[in-house]
Ligand binder design. Sequence first.
Ligand SMILES: C[S@@+](CC[C@H](N)C(=O)[O-])C[C@H]1O[C@@H](n2cnc3c(N)ncnc32)[C@H](O)[C@@H]1O
Length: 219
Amino acid sequence: MNKSFGNDDARLERFVAGLYTPEDELLRDIRERSAAAGLPDIQIAALDARHLEVLARACGARRAVEIGTLGGYSGVAILRGMRGEGVLDTFELEPAHARLAEETFRKAGFAGRARIHVGPALERLRAIETEAPFDLCFIDADKESYDSYLDWATGHLRPGGLVIGDNAFLFGELAEPPGPHPDAAMRAMRAFHERLAGSGEWIATVLPTGEGLAVGVRV
Ligand SMILES: C[S@@+](CC[C@H](N)C(=O)[O-])C[C@H]1O[C@@H](n2cnc3c(N)ncnc32)[C@H](O)[C@@H]1O
């Protein structure tokens, strides 16, 4: 190994963020409204928003799915990456989060292109299955279900479609081998990676962002 996996030089992060992703007014407003409404401060970083926008544009996404809406921060990034009439179906467990996201999409001018589904994603995803195949699926919700969400993406994305999973390092927990009794999140995240990396169904990698951003192209 002659080159390192990631880069933790904060000066380089400032250089890239300053040039490519100064957080614009719209994204800042989502963060601030979310905080004011008491939502947890767990939306993706501005640089990850740009990653999503670029990936959505690169795969020509017209139908995207997001699991874990929160206040709509990452949803706006995906919608920005989709051309013209692209539609995002986004899934959120908490009605209060969904309400804030609804306001976000309206303020961003995406009201007609963002469909928010409220409830447990694994149940609510069934409602859109007849509209498959989709072009992109961004997974950013409960870690205990990452393997199930990948099952869903495997069955409902077109060849060439992208699955993207945030928090792929499981907050650093994957650095250690699993103990004899791994918890549900550890089991699910390991199963997620094993299928993504080794099943032959995906060409995949993990981008070494702070949280780890898994990206797979459906074969
Ligand atoms: C990390 S936040 C999503 C952040 C969002 N993607 C962003 O960057 O703007 C995770 C969200 O998933 C939601 N969530 C948790 N479990 C869920 C489930 N089973 N189904 C749908 N949403 C869920 C949480 O309520 C929370 O709003």
